[in-house]
Ligand binder design. Structure first.
Ligand SMILES: CC(C)(COP(=O)(O)OP(=O)(O)OC[C@H]1O[C@@H](n2cnc3c(N)ncnc32)[C@H](O)[C@@H]1OP(=O)(O)O)[C@@H](O)C(=O)NCCC(=O)NCCS
Length: 150
């Protein structure tokens, strides 16, 4: 882990896309990602000199619910303790910002082979099923106003 630079809330949309493509393939658009970065509660990113090598981010309402998203370490930098550091930073963010003495619900989605990694930090799978869809945004622009199609 030593020799790398850790940054807080500086992860850019371009860096996010670059790392996403390295780890998962086809990335979301720049416009969508810029909006997502702007509205993310907390971002952690790690660099080897100027190269982005890891990231993680937290979305949520700060009071009751948090959701951990996009924990990723470049393949050639995995198994060096970087993923553990990312998770430690995310959980520290919750601890630093939550109401003292309360319990806060923290969720994430993980592929089965990654569950043991998250169990190390106290997560456990429950019986709830993950429901998902890719919602297609269709807006009609009329004289500058945006209308949503019914
Ligand atoms: C999952 C991921 C973030 C782990 O990052 P990493 O930097 O390799 O993890 P670390 O080196 O910090 O490992 C921390 C601990 O978790 C363990 N671990 C790491 N990956 C694991 C896995 N897939 N299953 C079980 N344990 C794992 C390590 O052995 C280590 O254990 P230790 O503390 O007892 O020594 C990384 O493999 C990754 O980015 N994968 C591709 C993207 C991805 O799938 N992200 C998760 C989305 S659900």
């Amino acid at each position: 882990m030593s020799g790398f630079t850790v940054k807080y809330n500086e992860l850019t949309a371009k860096e996010f896309i670059l790392l996403w493509e390295t780890v998962w393939g086809q990335a979301p658009s720049l416009e969508q990602t810029e909006l997502a970065m702007k509205n993310t509660l907390f971002r952690v990113s790690v660099y080897d000199e100027d190269k982005i090598i890891a990231m993680a981010r937290m979305i949520g309402d700060m009071g009751l619910d948090y959701y951990i998203k996009d924990v990723a370490v470049r393949p050639e930098y995995q198994h060096m303790g970087i993923g553990k550091m990312l998770m430690t930073e995310l959980l520290k963010f919750i601890n630093d910002n939550g109401v003292n003495g309360t319990d806060i619900f923290v969720e994430l989605s993980a592929m089965p082979d990654k569950i043991p990694f998250y169990e190390k930090f106290g997560f456990s799978a429950n019986e709830a099923q993950r429901l998902q869809m890719m919602y297609r945004v269709k807006q009609i622009i009329r004289r500058g106003a945006v209308w949503s199609e019914k």
